[in-house]
Design a binder for this molecule. Sequence first.
Ligand code: SAM
Length: 197
Amino acid sequence: MTRSIEFFDQQFARSASAAALVLNPFETLALPYLHGEVLDFGSGMGNLAFAAARQGCRVTALDASQAAVAHMQQRAAAEALPVRAELADLRQYRIDADYDCIVSIGLLMFFDCSTARKVLGELQRQVRPGGYAAVNVLIEGTTYMDMFEPAEHCLFTATDLQQRFAGWDIVQNELSEFEAPGNTVKRFATVIARKPG
Ligand SMILES: C[S@@+](CC[C@H](N)C(=O)[O-])C[C@H]1O[C@@H](n2cnc3c(N)ncnc32)[C@H](O)[C@@H]1O
């Protein structure tokens, strides 16, 4: 288990509280675009996955945190919602289907940059024509580093995502900054884009 997976697994094991199950701002931004078959790649506790399922989507939710996946499996059964949750290390995961929408919020920065870029390309390829990708990453200027593996993380530039979605119809393109523990900051880029066709 990497440092980042351990960090989140411990956090998720402590936090099935109502507050932890509220959508974060990036999930809130993505939700209106989600339809049909949705892949949530690095889903955490599945807050977005369940909100999408409640609006009619069939969702596959993948994460490497056992606590998060166990929580999602129990919740899917309890609420009878079409959320299929699976444990997976997404650094070397092969996506074997196409999706109407693929979401990856707050994941790619935990991979080394070469893996992060390769995985982003794979996510883009597996979106069906006319479908949406919603991607959010931490970017340069982030100073909260506690959750990172020192030798294995990637801070994108502020314009990386936007450039990677050249040729797509970019419907949301946001930079945001939040205070973090220890007088540090987290800076994020979020792009939501529609694949041509
Ligand atoms: C910042 S959280 C984001 C969770 C969710 N998307 C959200 O917006 O709340 C990062 C997630 O990435 C997962 N993660 C980190 N490294 C991973 C890996 N190698 N494979 C799969 N999931 C990983 C963590 O378990 C955690 O759920």
